[in-house]
Design a protein around this ligand. Structure first.
Ligand SMILES: [Zn+2]
Length: 558
């Protein structure tokens, strides 16, 4: 009898051990990043959304309505790194899509890596990329480490940074769309692999990308069903493909014919809703072929949709084009959710949807509607500052680089001339405060030795990294856009951008659904850095090495 009990206990222990000690975990984490998705896109076009996409996430999942980026600059590289590391550029070091490297005396790209090569591309000599510049682990790295690299992490996007940064240092594979060569293949880096797996080769050779480029884009619904948008033909939008007006229909195939022989035809997929369909196909193929979510060891896939960003830059968030991109993305989301339900099981995966930054309405649109806007004229700033410093400190090149919101001083000359770096930084900040369109200028010294807890000072501090950022950081007035052309008028601005610490750039969706996630919503102000902390708690993992976020407590029964 005693022996039988011992056997039963032994069997029970064994069953528990099969789960590797982690008896309760989702099989798959699905991270969806919609590049440049403002919070209001969740709601603005809802009369045109189906029941199975965005609305399903809101009806079945948990919606953080007041979620924000907690730093400036709000750009793609910083955003993707912050989502997956759960910290800000001040720690993970991605202070821009590119930044000036004082020692190299040139700009460097966030993922650029001369020791890596592109794999799977039709062109062999392309410059390599890797995650080597992220200074923290990501939640994907933590997952890989926790299960001794038996967890699989795959990351896909149209942008290299949209794929590489979420995958962290140890992803099994990151794949992105290679628009620079002729066939628009999904490619990867030698950081992950020597050559792409056969399923990627097969996908690339399937002709899908070419088929999607044949797509003729008209809005899903008649134009009058988009009353939340401006007219189709307005001066706020950029044109492309040799088309004289920014209007429907967009016949991408016509542009392909015009650019015959050019390697850039597939770049058109970046502003076409068909690009999102191609990425969804590729993500589903990755889940199937890499058998993600197939066993008790959790896996992770990141899917970063880049098309809304490219289209948003061209047409602005008020356009029918961008609205229709979201109406069609809603359908892609439904397709993806149905696929995940079927393949992984509705309660077996946890999904979050967020964005890497928002965007400001087009400046000329704001101006035409009497809303605050203006131009931060970078070249005029640089000329005026140069003149001022030469008059004050002598005829030397005191500025090493003026890079938008970052001013790098020439520290070598400052040393040679025995000037005081902190004092010159302060003189520059004081001078810049008097320029038109400057809200705030803070020095590297201030940002290093003070602690700011709220407002724009804190936003700049969270985006500041001593080794990578400038000697003086600038914040422009709300609604202002930077421009290199000193003579351009606000009414002439076409298209828009992002990168500031103002709420139009920081307010983004954070919606969760699936494994253990309750239904509900909250207006508590939460930060983008909370996503990785939350995932660590759901998956019972160690937090990423630089993590500074807080778990979203509403998702946990306490
Ligand atoms: Zn972006």
């Amino acid at each position: 009898m005693k022996t039988l009990l011992a056997i039963v206990i032994s069997i029970l222990f064994h069953l528990v051990a099969i789960g590797q000690g982690n008896t309760s975990s989702p099989k798959l984490v699905v991270g969806i990043v919609v590049d440049q998705m403002r919070f209001d896109h969740l709601y603005k076009h809802q009369d045109k959304y189906g029941e199975g996409g965005f609305k399903r996430l809101l009806n079945e999942g948990y919606n953080f309505k007041n979620a924000h980026y907690n730093y400036s600059p709000t750009v793609t590289a910083a955003g993707h790194a912050s989502i997956y590391t759960g910290t800000t550029p001040s720690v993970h070091g991605m202070v821009g899509n590119s930044w000036f490297d004082r020692n190299l005396d040139r700009g460097v790209s966030n993922v650029g890596d001369s020791t890596a090569t592109i794999v799977g591309s039709m062109e062999v000599n392309m410059r390599g990329v890797s995650p080597h510049r992220i200074m923290s682990t990501t939640i994907s790295d933590q997952l890989r480490m926790a299960y001794n690299y038996q967890s699989k992490v795959i990351s896909v996007s149209f942008k290299d940074r949209g794929a590489i940064l979420p995958g962290g240092h140890t992803a099994n594979g990151a794949y992105w769309h290679d628009w620079q060569t002729s066939n628009g293949y999904f490619v990867s880096s030698s950081h992950y692999m020597d050559s792409p797996p056969q399923w990627v080769v097969d996908f690339n050779e399937s002709g899908k990308a070419s088929k999607y480029l044949d797509f003729v884009w008209n809005p899903v619904f008649p134009m009058e069903r988009y009353p939340e948008c401006t007219e189709d033909d307005v001066p706020y939008e950029r044109t492309f493909g040799g088309k004289p007006t920014p209007t429907f229909p967009y016949e991408f195939n016509e542009y392909r014919k015009l650019s015959a022989g050019s390697s850039r035809a597939y770049q058109m997929l970046w502003v076409s809703p068909a690009g999102n369909s191609l990425l969804t196909d590729f993500a589903m193929e990755a889940i199937t072929q890499e058998t993600l979510g197939a066993d008790a060891i959790p896996d992770l896939i990141n899917i970063s949709y880049s098309v809304p960003d490219a289209a948003g830059h061209s047409f602005g968030p008020q356009s029918i084009e961008v609205a229709d991109i979201y109406v069609r993305l809603d359908r892609e989301l439904e397709r993806l959710l149905n696929f995940l339900d079927e393949r992984i099981g509705e309660d077996q995966y946890v999904l979050f949807l967020t964005s890497d930054h928002g965007v400001v309405p087009v400046a000329s649109y704001l101006d035409a509607n009497n809303l605050p806007t203006g131009i931060a004229r970078i070249t005029l700033f640089e000329d005026a500052l140069n003149k001022y410093l030469k008059e004050k400190y002598g005829n030397k090149e005191w500025i090493q680089n003026f890079d938008g919101a970052n001013i790098y001083l020439n520290r070598e000359i400052i040393r040679e001339e025995k000037e005081d770096l902190t004092e010159i930084q302060q003189a520059v900040a004081d001078f810049m405060m008097d320029q038109d369109g400057i809200y705030l200028a803070l020095t590297a010294h201030q940002l290093t030795f003070n602690e700011y807890r709220s407002g724009m000072r804190s936003m700049l501090q969270n985006g500041f990294h001593y080794d990578r950022s400038g000697d003086v950081l600038l914040a422009f007035d709300p609604g202002y856009v930077q421009h290199g052309n000193p003579n351009i008028q606000v009414s002439q601005i076409k298209g828009t951008g992002h990168g500031t610490g103002w709420v139009y750039d920081t307010h983004i969706p954070i919606v969760w659904k699936g494994y253990g996630i309750p239904q509900g919503n909250s207006v508590r102000k939460v930060a983008i850095t909370d996503i990785a902390s939350t995932l660590a708690m759901i998956l019972n993992l160690q937090l990423p090495s630089g993590n500074t976020g807080q778990p979203l407590k509403e998702l946990f029964n306490e």
